[in-house]
Design a protein around this ligand. Structure first.
Ligand code: NAP
Length: 289
């Protein structure tokens, strides 16, 4: 029986949960496939991709720092990937064409779908790759009246809003700023798309949540390791609803799995599996995760 081979391309990949998720789903659904890590040293990326193209792969995930650098090597892009300007999933067609998708968009919005109309005022912290998917999803799937992008490097927040001007509907108030200069006001949704709260900055917060937002405010941190960042801990202590990045990780993986195999895995079963391997989800009571 043919074994379809998939991999994640990135650097470093030691902490990637994607092999755990996809290999579990292949086993559960009795699909003859295997998922590996392909760590590529960034300075060798452009040399390595043509070599990988000559091998027999069925698909890939792409993570930092290659989500944009992979684009020149692709034969086609999905509409979302084109608009976002970043790719995290590749399907290799029967003809050997590499088609790029962005499933972070889908993964981010999925836990919010049932509450889409509640978010009138949105604050996005960060202006890197993840913020691009989050911004497009907020613009296309939610109906805010005000949307603020705040980033340490304000120029990047300005560029991000400029890049999406075609999808910003008339009347929507958009602001680019630095986190420190954000006035205390009503936000219904605050999304941390910075890497502050993990790794070297595990003891930092991207913004002090004290006094920000209404009590109904949802504080959504894309980080899933640690399960509760200091930002989420503080936000929860302030009485806000919180959500970490684990459901997003699982939903984006599910979408990628569907793109490759035409089948979907059960999200609740996958969350259960991840919990059994010590990956917990930090979520307030009424949120679907
Ligand atoms: P990225 O492109 O490298 O962007 C990093 C962002 O964090 C930039 O806005 C950067 O600001 C900001 N930042 C970094 N260090 C900072 C510091 N010390 N103080 C203030 N701001 C700082 O990374 P990314 O791909 O967007 O990923 C961002 C986060 O999202 C990561 O934690 C990643 O794990 C998470 N993520 C989660 C999922 C999921 O499925 N749950 C998916 C994708 C990403 P500057 O522009 O000023 O440098």
């Amino acid at each position: 029986m043919q074994l379809d081979k998939y991999a994640i391309l990135g650097y470093p990949l030691a902490h990637s949960k994607s092999p755990l998720i996809h290999n579990h789903a292949f086993r559960q659904l009795d699909i003859s496939a295997q998922y590996e890590k392909l760590e590529i040293v960034p300075r060798e990326f452009e040399e390595q991709i043509p070599i990988i193209k000559d091998q027999n792969w069925a698909g890939f995930n792409v993570t930092n720092p290659f989500k944009q650098r992979i684009i020149p090597f692709l034969d086609r892009l999905s509409e979302e990937a084109h608009k976002i300007g970043a790719v995290n999933t590749i399907r290799v067609s029967k003809e050997g064409k590499w088609i790029g998708f962005n499933t972070d968009y889908y993964g981010f919005i999925q836990p919010l779908r049932q509450r889409a109309e509640e978010f009138n005022s949105i604050l996005i912290l960060g202006a890197g790759g993840a913020a691009r998917s989050v911004l497009l999803a907020c613009l296309q799937e939610l109906t805010p009246k005000k949307l603020v992008v705040a980033n340490r490097t304000v120029k990047k927040a300005e560029h991000l809003l400029d890049a999406f001007h075609e999808v910003i509907r008339p009347g929507l108030m958009t602001v680019a700023s630095s986190p420190e200069s954000i006035p205390v006001q009503e936000y219904d949704l605050i999304v941390n798309c910075t890497s502050v709260g993990m790794g070297e900055s595990i003891s930092k917060v991207p913004l002090n949540p004290a006094g920000l937002g209404s009590s109904k405010c949802l504080v959504y941190d894309l980080i899933y390791n640690p399960p509760a960042t200091l930002f989420l801990e503080k936000a929860q202590a302030e009485g806000y609803q919180v959500l970490n990045g684990l459901p997003m990780l699982v939903y984006q993986a599910r979408k990628a799995f569907e793109i490759w195999t035409g089948r979907g895995f059960e999200v609740s079963e996958m969350m259960h599996f991840l919990r059994s391997t010590n990956h917990s989800c930090c979520v307030s009571g009424d949120l679907k995760a």
